[in-house]
Write a protein that binds this ligand. Sequence first.
Ligand code: SAH
Length: 552
Amino acid sequence: MRDASNGAASSAPLMLAWDAQSQIHLIIGANSLAAARCAKSLEVGARPIIIATETADLHFSLAEHISTGAAHLISRDFEDSDLTSLGREEVDGVVDMVFITLGGQHALSRHISQKCRRLRIPVNVSDAPDLCSFTLLSTYSDGPLHIGITTSGRGCKLASRLRREIAAFLPKNLGSAIDRLGSVRRKLWEEDHAAGLSDAALEVDDDDTTGQKHTFNNLVTEGDMAAAKTRRIRWLSQICEYWPLRKLTAITDADINEILKAYSSSNHMNETNGVNGVSKKGKIILAGSGPGHPDLLTRATYNAIQNADIILADKLVPSPVLDLIPRRTELHIARKFPGNADQAQEELLQMGLAALQKGQQGDPYLYGRGAEEFEFFRAQGYPPVVLPGITSALSASLFADIPATHRGVSDQVLICTGTGRKGAAPEPPAYVPTQTVVFLMALHRLSALVEVLTEYAPDDLERTRALWPKDTPCAIVERASCPDQRVIRSTLKNVCQAFEAAGSRPPGLLVVGASCHVLHGPGDSKWAIEEGFSGLDELHSEIQDLALSQEI
Ligand code: SAH
């Protein structure tokens, strides 16, 4: 990639969390910038050495650090040998990092920068991006959480503004919640490890760069003992992925203990949450909450949310919708994770009896177990009111610019599930060239699904079902209508490879059919990934701007 403004290469920088404990940082200069660099070095546990000419005015805070012994001052001109003699013994005296605060015009800046590069010492020169091998980030920290922002040397003040806005968006106490969840994870891992589970089963993964693997939502089947034994850790991963941050940060040690107790054995469907039997008269509403964006709620569902005493939400109902729930209202989120759906559902039904309000993602009757819930509550004498919701099956494709029907291309839509009861594979639909097929709950077994759509099973001797051509266009649509919506456009031939490369961002579905190419024709590459969705929020602000300009 080339940067049009200055012709320099503008690849993304490699952003790191560098352990600088005990490092020696050389700071050239004694001005206010040197003072800021010194403070930063001390903050990260490094030992700063300041080199400044005898005549230089020492910034007052530098003088303070020097007087306390936190920083060391060498009052003379810089010498080349400083770079290789002032550092730690264990690295043969080479310093770990150099900050030059004399500005890009100073002859010494270029000279030292070149020397540092030759010695592979990371170097930063104030106001001279071309002399820097690294730049510092505008950072926000809360306990173990650190967020860094760079504008790639554009030097504008936007970075600190962005940092403030991001920090303001995050809930309070996120740092301690991360600490708490992290130590629970560690403890579970150690217990599972002590119980003799292999590293493969434990899926050790402490690297922040990796998102969810494409196997994240794989089912835990009854025969898969190793996976079943790690159910507590898998459940923890699930709440970290699905729970609203607000709820995660409010979690207490007691909450965690209680929840984990319920998941410590495979037979864990008992007295959890202390909800037993019917506790009061009331009304149950099964309310569809749409695919994710709060603007896609019906007014009926919105009113139900506002007036409920207790809300039981499906795991997939995303935070912006849950954020509409008044703070005083009790909220329970279904403890569903792959392989645990039946128990979690039973638990929700029991709680529903005691509590009497149920939030369903999408539309309650579309793979939402809405009718089962209806029957259950009716049998208990509480026939629910059911409120429809916009289903992800049709809206996800819309938000991915895929018209489910289109004149001359697609004249029918089929909605199917990729997962049958107890994880079994359902009957695959036969190829119909003018059909758009939407597969829900299918991505965790995408390759098996694609295989069965495009090839005959060895034991299928009749071979009567029409197979889907491998070049049929398709798209994976994940977190449709949410800010982190992602669309992967590909063909049946390449989609599995694409998904494996991109990883999983649940919930997601697969759309298959010629309609995928109506608004986005085939590209040159095997797949294309589109990130983000802001259509509804932009519409919001445009309408507001318009109203404002009319008032004026
Ligand atoms: N009742 C829901 C569907 C429940 S089944 C509805 O009408 O939308 C759960 C499946 O819905 C997920 O596995 C996924 O395939 C799909 N899904 C739900 N929300 C989604 C979203 N925002 N984006 C993409 N797929 C979604």
